[in-house]
Design a protein around this ligand. Structure first.
Ligand SMILES: [Zn+2]
Length: 321
């Protein structure tokens, strides 16, 4: 990865646009059709043709995709539950031009210009939110929460079948301002990583998922990183030896790099589907671990689960598992 410059992607058949967030890896998949996309290669980006849908662009976190879309002419709210705004959304967005789509942590930011100031629609799709671009008049599915009609007869639709996501228009999304650097573009050396990690004083798995430390690591990759580093999830950062800290840093970088390569390799997967076949520990509870042969265990943690190897990742004193 790396390198600077810009790539223009011209696209063919008119089928639609879809944006899907792979929250765990921090990769947004944009499938853009009948649009010209300028991709700024500030930190490196993979561009692939996803036959037959059009062009798929993998957007690393922190990267902005410039889009030339038509002006918004109407906004239809299918479900106000997902919406956070201080004024009616049509008042805020109609007449503006969508200029870019940016991926920051768990958020997708759609930037519009026009009027005195630009305005952003910031979406936290959580696990279920999905975007699609459809012709106006196309059948509206039951899970459609927001429709943004664009000049030229297309509609950007936000779908969310469990209504977990939130759409913020013209107001700051909670948590966005204190988001840490993106895991996809992290450039901390070992010493800096150690310093910043210790300042957080948390358990290693909580640290990985602390979006103010590093953004974009979900449950699955947190498990993979800790297994790779042979660290128990409940180890406190302050208890790590110099060697363990170095391993932690190395595993973070290598696991995420391998994950990204795997996602790119597997493209185009079903939109919204996350490639999982390369996982060594996540989702493998009850199976024999590939490193030492011990059966992988699954444990509850808060509202989620942790998968780990009890042999390679010994529990700290006083911890039951
Ligand atoms: Zn093991």
């Amino acid at each position: 990865m790396g390198g600077a410059g810009a790539v223009g992607v011209g696209v063919g058949e008119a089928l639609g646009v879809a944006v899907a967030g792979d929250v765990a890896l921090g990769v947004t998949v944009l499938v853009l059709v009948e649009l010209t996309v300028e991709v700024e290669l500030e930190v490196g980006v993979a561009v692939r043709v996803a036959v037959p849908v059009g062009v798929a662009v993998l957007v690393l976190e922190g990267l902005t995709v410039e889009v030339e879309l038509e002006v918004a002419v109407a906004v239809r709210v299918g479900d106000p539950v997902v919406l956070r705004t201080l004024r009616p959304v049509d008042e805020l967005l109609v007449g503006r031009t969508l200029r870019s789509v940016e991926h920051r942590g768990k958020f997708l930011i759609f930037r519009f210009d026009g009027g005195f100031d630009g305005i952003a629609m910031t979406v936290n799709p959580m696990l279920a939110g999905l975007f699609s671009l459809q012709p106006v008049g196309a059948k509206v599915t039951k899970d459609t929460r927001l429709r943004l009609e664009l000049e030229g007869g297309t509609e950007l639709r936000y779908r969310d079948d469990v209504r977990m996501g939130k759409v913020y228009v013209g107001i700051d999304a909670p948590g966005l301002a204190d988001i840490g650097p993106d895991v996809g573009t992290l450039d901390w050396g070992q010493a800096e990583f150690a310093l910043r990690a210790k300042a957080k004083r948390s358990e290693v798995r909580n640290l990985l998922q602390d979006q103010s430390f590093i953004s974009g690591i979900g449950n699955a990759y947190a498990d993979e990183i800790l297994w790779d580093a042979k660290l128990h999830p409940k180890r406190r950062v302050g208890s790590l030896t110099t060697d363990e800290m170095a391993r932690f840093h190395l595993s973070l970088r290598s696991v995420m790099a391998r994950g990204l390569a795997q996602v790119q390799e597997t493209m185009p997967a079903q939109l919204g589907e996350k490639p999982r076949a390369h996982f060594k520990v996540r989702g493998r509870a009850g199976m024999l671990g590939s490193r030492c042969g011990t059966t992988i265990m699954r444990r509850r943690k808060g509202l989620g689960d942790v998968d780990l190897c009890p042999t390679c990742q010994p529990a700290p004193k006083g911890q039951l598992y």
